[in-house]
Design a protein around this ligand. Structure first.
Ligand code: KG4
Ligand code: ZN
Length: 350
């Protein structure tokens, strides 16, 4: 059983094993996003309280859906960071308590590692590859993180680039907030961008072109804060002419923003692939649900001779199945710490 509560999703999953491969038997998520929509962003204290209320019902539902009882569980895993400290503590301590009470091995999992392992689910096929799969290049894009990681083996990571300011998902959320589109911003900004794309007969039709920060720097770091400011400047310019933006102006801004963000993420990932020559590339994290990013990255990597593996949409955002999938490989390697030595760390690195 795996538990994840690093942000605003209370999640529990049960992972089984079939033919020496992990399979997701249940994956339950209770989100407090509706509560945060009222404030236009996450209030940590509100998220922690929501986790407290949802934790045990979510664990019970995960067991029910897997048609198992707590007595059938052999290992417990939980996210130990990075994330909001109050949120992390709820899931981590619930999991640790179950491990202690039932005398089960406990596996703490890094949240980013979990996102990467969402691409090891049966649906995304990477673990079905017959040949060697490492080294893997992983682009992890979420509300809190944007990083490029070289993975030499299970559990062996080298971060080769990351954001120097905002995360990619954070930029989507902030643009949505600027345009009054609600929270979380990624899906709605993407929907607005698609509306413009569908109407336009050519991508050249937008007169707006936002900057591509750090695109031409020879490293693999990202920056999204300047892009967000460019969107703000554009919004202020339009508002100076007419106080309220029309739906079609918002759609065009979303389109130009999504194009810029996807361009930077795609170009840097392809460049990293050419340099590090991985056997496979993984796209993971909440922003991996973005259709335009999935298509553009897959197309450009394939043109450069690399294959992209993406998790199914339901495993892109925060969930506990990804934590269980990562834990499976720790269990296989017998990498299980002593229960009382484990702690949460809201800033832990991969
Ligand atoms: O991985 P995740 O659920 O939580 C963190 O670990 O942060 O990622 C959430 C982020 C949010 O910023 C959300 O706006 C973004 O993922 N997101 C998207 C899409 N769906 C979710 N961003 C762009 N396009 C999407 N379709
Ligand atoms: Zn996440």
């Amino acid at each position: 059983m795996a538990i994840e509560t690093s942000c605003d999703e209370t999640a529990a999953a049960v992972i089984g094993v079939e033919n020496d491969r992990p399979v997701v038997l249940s994956n339950i998520i209770s989100s407090s996003a509706d509560l945060h929509a009222k404030t236009g962003g996450i209030v940590p204290e509100v998220a922690s309280r929501a986790h407290m209320e949802a934790m045990m019902p979510v664990v019970e539902e995960a067991l029910d859906q897997a048609k198992l009882k707590i007595e059938n569980i052999t290992h417990i895993a939980a996210t130990n960071g990075p994330g909001l400290i109050g949120s992390l503590l709820v899931g981590f301590n619930a999991a640790k308590t179950i491990a202690y009470a039932r005398d089960l091995p406990f596996i703490p999992i890094n949240h980013i590692e979990g996102h990467i392992y969402s691409a090891f689910s049966r649906e995304s096929n990477i673990s079905n590859l017959k040949s060697k799969i490492f080294p893997i290049l992983a682009l992890t894009v979420s509300g809190g993180h944007t990083s490029l990681t070289m993975m030499k083996d299970h559990g062996k990571y080298e971060t080769i680039g990351e954001t120097i300011d905002d995360a990619a998902g954070e930029a989507f959320d902030k643009v949505a907030k600027l345009l009054g589109l609600g929270y979380p911003g990624g899906p709605i900004v993407s929907k607005f961008a698609s509306k413009f794309r569908d109407k336009a007969s050519s991508y050249q039709l937008s007169a707006i072109s936002f900057p591509r920060p750090l695109l031409n720097k020879p490293n693999f770091d990202f920056s999204f804060s300047g892009l967000k400011t460019a969107v703000l400047t554009q919004v202020l310019k339009l508002k100076a002419k007419s106080s309220k933006l029309t739906a079609s102006q918002k759609q065009e801004i979303c389109f130009a923003f999504e194009e810029a963000a996807v361009d930077v993420l795609t170009t840097k990932t392809v460049r990293a692939a050419r340099k590090y020559k991985p056997r496979a590339v993984i796209l993971a994290g909440g922003v991996a649900a973005n259709k335009r990013l999935r298509e553009a990255l897959s197309y450009q990597l394939s043109a450069a001779g690399f294959k992209l593996f993406v998790p199914p949409i339901e495993l892109c955002g925060d969930n506990a199945a990804m934590i269980g999938l990562a834990a499976y490989y720790h269990i296989v390697k017998n990498n299980i710490p002593e229960l009382f030595s484990t702690t949460v760390d809201s800033n832990t690195a991969l």
